[in-house]
Unconditional design. Structure first.
Lengths: 256, 357
């Protein structure tokens, strides 16, 4: 039986006349780091929204551990062990950094409808929150409102919020988006260290080719909503279609 | 390693403000009595005078504060914009009047009946929740409450509601008759407000309240963290409706007449004004706002007669311009920016601001 850990079958999503994701079938192996790359508008974020249940596909399906999770609403996927981060910073801006992470920890617990006991009386949640802040290096900023953090730290917080409930699968949508280039290595090291612990499956959308090539086990290249190529970093680097279609348009668009 | 966690405050520091406010509120009628030459015994006996009158005004403030508090949970904490909030209050007020008068139910049975009606009302609003968001939710709730407004005024139901005249003569037991036992009713409404405030404060500090705040800040993210926000919003509506229903019940108990005004849009706007004045989402602001709202209205009317509405309006504009976070919100931030307020005032009249920033 060749059921992949996380798998999509003929996934398709239309927005009116536009086909944003067109017949995408991808298999992600357990404990691997699988990257999705492609030029702007290739459908990567839409693909992510379909994976995480934020959007429902027009047709096709998503399987996780052999179960069909296609119609699972977004608030259920994390309870199955799939966590998702956002390309655009998506936080609770006036709440403290601590509270942002604490909410992420609380979500998968059983105390959400304890409505008279203060949050300070749940030591396990507080403990885990402090741990996560330590991992992403935001302990000193715990009391600051999340909206006041510098962009790079907001990206770290974003990562912390999906690490908090300790999911099996991390869907990372351009974790380094908008970061100053000197901050990127720090965040990628963090991702690499999570990867090297070996207990997580990571699906990564990334623009930065160097980053993707060095860190990935497998790469899927998307172009105009379709899968253009898939393989190991070496195979992708040598693929002529990729160089032509992806790298060509990438430099056209990115350097303008 | 420094680890940050919200610290648990001591019992005294947690309840200091509430304790001081309570002591002041209980002492208030007697101080007024002494100042106007009435003995404490006379105040207790409910003899006519300044103390009795001001207690009557304070009872209205307490009930309005309860109502404003219930709106703050929905709008200020959960971030749900409802334009039908008056219905939460009016259902309580009318249900208790009808149950007492037309059905002849005993007082406590009526009270339970009001709680049931309030929950049903919240579930009705809850039906709308998953279907519309933001401004559409505001309009649909406005529609719901407008229907209720029309229904209570319809002549077909005049036997129950008193139509456009209002519901009069609901029999209230003697022990809670505000004309006889003014100080007792004063204490009961004060206690209701205090209990509601303490419960609300506990909710906001508890896991459930944290999710309500998260919903206000960024519902999409709350969903992706794994919260089915629907249940949390429904929870807020039910608690709010229960509170406003009790406020309506107390209103009927101590008012000779319940007019359709309490079901109208104006009553929802009143709730909005009270929390804007006090500070949206602060809870204490709802209480401060209710006091300012009612006292401003009353005293400006008394001192200036016909020009009062203009002055009331001007005061509200001044508060919004100079205290954009409300009285409590501004107090917490410890900043009053007079220049920014003046600039906003100038812009209101089309004059360019003196300086940017």
């Amino acid at each position: 039986m060749s059921t992949a850990f996380l798998e999509t079958k003929h996934l398709r999503r239309e927005f009116g006349a536009l086909v944003a994701v067109d017949d995408v079938s991808v298999q992600v192996a357990e404990h691997s780091l699988h990257s999705i790359i492609g030029p702007n508008g290739a459908g990567k974020t839409t693909f992510f929204n379909l994976l995480s249940g934020t959007l429902a596909p027009t047709s096709g399906s998503v399987f996780f551990r052999g179960e069909d999770i296609t119609s699972l609403p977004v608030y259920r996927t994390i309870h199955r062990g799939i966590g998702r981060s956002y390309q655009i910073t998506n936080l609770f801006p006036t709440l403290s950094v601590f509270e942002n992470v604490r909410l992420a920890v609380q979500a998968t617990g059983r105390d959400n409808f304890r409505f008279l006991t203060p949050v300070t009386k749940f030591p396990d949640v507080l403990q885990r929150t402090s741990e996560v802040l330590e991992i992403v290096g935001l302990t000193d900023d715990a009391a600051r409102p999340a909206g006041q953090l510098p962009h790079g730290d907001q990206r770290k917080l974003e990562l912390g919020m999906i690490l908090a409930p300790d999911p099996d699968v991390l869907l990372l949508d351009e974790p380094t988006a908008g970061m100053a280039s000197n901050q990127v290595p720090e965040l990628m090291e963090l991702i690499a260290s999570i990867r090297s612990q070996g207990s997580k499956t990571i699906v990564l959308v990334e623009h930065n080719m160097n980053v993707v090539m060095s860190v990935s086990d497998r790469i899927t290249v998307m172009h105009q909503g379709q899968v253009l190529a898939e393989g190991t970093p070496g195979e992708i680097a040598d693929d002529e279609r990729v160089q032509e279609a992806y790298l060509g348009t990438l430099y056209d668009e990115e350097d303008s | 390693m420094t680890s940050f966690a919200p610290t648990r405050a001591s019992l005294w520091s947690r309840y200091r403000l509430v304790a001081v406010a309570l002591i002041a509120a209980v002492a208030f009628p007697f101080i007024v009595g002494l100042l106007s030459g009435q003995s404490p015994a006379a105040v207790l006996a409910g003899e006519a005078g300044n103390a009795k009158f001001l207690q009557g005004l304070a009872i209205e403030v307490f009930i309005l504060a309860l109502y404003a508090l219930s709106y703050d949970l929905v709008l200020g904490v959960t971030g749900l914009l409802s334009f039908g909030h008056a219905m939460f209050f009016a259902v309580g007020a009318y249900a208790s009047g009808i149950m007492l008068k037309s059905f002849g139910w005993p007082f406590w049975v009526t009270f339970i009946g009001v709680l049931v009606a309030a929950v049903v009302n919240a579930l009705l609003f809850g039906l709308v929740l998953p279907r519309v968001k933001g401004i559409a939710f505001a309009l649909v709730t406005l529609g719901l409450s407008s229907v209720f407004f029309i229904v209570v005024q319809s002549s077909e139901l005049a036997k129950y509601t008193g139509a456009d005249v209002g519901l009069q003569g609901a029999p209230v037991p003697e022990w809670i008759d505000t004309n006889v036992h003014r100080f007792r009713v004063y204490l009961i409404t004060l206690a209701a407000l205090t209990i509601a405030y303490l419960i609300y404060r506990a909710i906001v500090r508890a896991p459930t309240g944290a999710v309500l705040l998260a919903n206000r800040e960024n519902e999409e993210r709350a969903l992706s963290l794994g919260y089915n926000t629907f249940w949390f919003k429904l929870f807020a509506l039910v608690v709010s409706s229960l509170t406003a229903g009790v406020a309506g019940f107390l209103w009927t108990v101590q008012q000779p007449i319940v007019t359709p005004q309490v079901a109208g849009l104006g009553w929802t706007v009143a709730a909005l004004l009270m929390i804007l004045i006090g500070g949206v989402g602060t809870l204490t602001g709802a209480i401060v706002g209710a006091a300012v709202f009612r006292l401003l209205e009353y005293y400006l009317e008394r001192w200036f007669g016909g020009t009062a509405p203009v002055l009331v309006g001007a005061s509200y504009i001044a508060i919004v311009l100079f205290l954009p976070y409300g009285i409590v919100g501004t107090w917490r931030a410890r900043t009053v920016n007079r220049r920014q307020g003046l600039d906003r005032l100038r812009r209101l009249f089309g004059i360019r601001a003196r300086r940017s920033q």
